[in-house]
Unconditional design. Sequence first.
Length: 311
Amino acid sequence: MRKGQHRFVAGFLLVPVALYLIFVIWPYIQTFGYSLTDWKGQSQTFAFVGLDNYKALFEDDVFLKAIWHNILFLVFIPVITILLALFFAFMVNAGGRGQAGGVRGIAGSKFYKIIYFFPQVLSLAIVAVLFNAVYRSDSGGLLNGALVKLGLVDANSPVEWLNEPNMVLWALMLVVVWHGVGFYLVLFSAAMQSIPKDIYEAALIDGAGRSQSFFRITLPLLWDSVQTAWVYLGIVAMDMFVLVASMTQNMGAYGGGPDHHSDVMSTVMMRNFMYFGKSGYACAMGVVMLLLTLILSVFTLRATRRERIEF
């Protein structure tokens, strides 16, 4: 009977596992194979070059700078997004106080949830178009126009947000945070709904304030959700292709300007693959991106692991 059960389960798993191997695992294997060649992308004739492409990566100043930019995104985007999302989720779910001393969200919490989630309805391409208008490097841009009206910026010399080497990364981070906070607010809110109100009410009786309730109750009970959010935001920080390619300019294709100050690994990879015709070299970059993302995921899951709290 047990052998028959194994056959039944194997029959259901055969097709999805086969599809996963064909459409996910096999392309990874192909990419690694091409990374060991001088493939140009336009023909099927190429020569084996071994690890030469990988050696060249560590001598490529543009790619090394792009890795550093990804690291900066990796540090700031998850931290800022998760902190803001946790704060807003706590306020719209448990930040208010009822007339009878109970726990509820602040006034208008349902409206705030809709407003915060609205950016998730927009695709990244549309978000890029919107913020290109916000960051326009003249007084007609939304941000520069507001600063000119306030008298903080001269109309004849507006700030070039996406063309200043020291500002462009922060401008891009702001877009990612604005786009992502609403999704993680909803994620944390859903997890918060499962926390019994009795716990908060008992803390209120003991004299706990909002900050104590957040750090002593909400954050420990939401830690699994925070861990998941950190991994997903880390993967976002390791990509950033759409926003960088859409919002920045460079002498080559796929953005990265000014002078590669906003380049990330994905834009350098696509530029080498599609623009310079160095497809084997670009595949080596893709393999490095995969390894770094896997290392990031494992490290994050282990670093944020703690004892599960049951309630």
